[in-house]
Design a protein around this ligand. Structure first.
Ligand code: GDP
Length: 307
């Protein structure tokens, strides 16, 4: 059994690659980017994983449903409602159904489990916690929700810090802890370390369980050289005083990750990462298509069998 800690757009590529190779995977999903809008509970990372595994994802954008329309959003604009966060008409069905179920007392994990069954997804998807955790970005315009920073302001503000509101008192999902304990390998997806993995490992019990199982935890670097394959990872890392390189990511993960996979082109960084007490693997970690996703998935699975 393989467990994978995942964010959204980068993570789904590896999740999909692994899901093509085995049914026995459990995805622990970030919830730090969840947001309430128009009275609806929106869970972008959970939904990217669900849509990706159901074959519904708009792969060009990396979020939302493919071939979606935006009629509702256009109407909301006419009504003067805030529309900085795009929500497609088909995507809205997810948020409507989820919010209605939650209003009747269902937890986010119960709703997610129901959804993956409706879509006949064999991988299990577990939100890291059923409590609300919100990733906040501290900027020169003040503290704001991650979505506001990234979507409303297009990431164009200076960042001085990142906080996970609610994480201290939030309880990690029991099933996520069990998955970590029982898996042969735990993978940290190539995801934004600060905004996708950070909120998951900010859950005290979950981080402890990972640290206990450090030898079987393997992370794939989201950075190649000193740049992120996509998104604002470097901006957040700099704000936390981390080096903008795979070494900075490895430092951030050092207490709970035992093996680190980097691009072969970053070979020169291997000794530094080994110096953090990690095993280092070098391979092609760029996923441009389905073949790349499966190749990297297979590489990680072979590694689990080796050990
Ligand atoms: P988010 O919710 O959009 O932040 O999604 P993730 O956190 O899952 O993914 C974003 C991160 O994944 C970024 O830091 C990217 O650099 C990284 N990423 C995206 N595509 C790839 C890829 O093909 N290979 C690797 N190694 N990293 C990737």
């Amino acid at each position: 059994m393989i467990t994978i800690l995942a964010g959204g757009t980068g993570s789904i590529k590896l999740v999909r690659g692994l899901a093509a190779l085995t049914k026995d995977i459990i995805v622990i999903s970030n919830v730090g980017d969840n947001i309430w809008l128009h009275g609806l509970y929106i869970c972008p990372d959970v939904d990217t994983i669900v849509y990706g595994l159901a074959g519904l994802l708009d792969e060009k954008r990396g979020w939302g449903v493919k071939d979606d329309s935006f009629e509702c959003l256009a109407q909301l604009e006419k009504l003067g409602a805030p529309t900085w966060f795009s929500l497609g008409d088909k995507d809205l069905a997810t948020h409507l159904a989820r919010t209605a179920m939650m209003n009747k007392g269902k937890s986010l994990s119960e709703v997610t489990e129901w959804m993956r069954r409706r879509y006949a997804i064999s991988a299990r998807i577990i939100p890291a916690t059923d409590n609300e955790v919100a990733t906040k970005i501290i900027t020169d315009k003040g503290k704001m929700h991650l979505q506001e920073f990234w979507v409303k302001y297009k990431g164009n503000l200076a960042v001085t810090g990142v906080q996970y509101d609610g994480a201290k008192s939030a309880k990690a999902n029991r099933k996520a802890i069990e998955a970590i304990r029982k898996s042969d390998m735990v993978i940290v997806a190539p995801a934004n370390p600060v905004s996708s993995i950070g909120p998951i490992v900010a859950l005290t019990e979950l981080r402890k369980e990972l640290a206990k199982n450090r030898d079987k935890v393997v992370a794939v670097s989201p950075l190649i050289g000193d740049v992120a394959v996509s998104g604002p990872a470097v901006k957040y890392m700099k704000a936390l005083g981390l080096a903008s390189s795979p070494v900075g990511v490895a430092e951030y993960y050092r207490d709970f990750v035992g093996s680190f996979v980097i691009a072969a082109s970053d070979h020169k960084l291997t000794p530094k990462i080994q110096g953090l007490g990690m095993q280092v693997y070098e391979t092609n970690i760029t996923m441009k298509n389905k073949q790349d996703e499966i190749r990297l998935g297979q590489y990680l699975m072979d590694r689990a069998i080796d050990n």
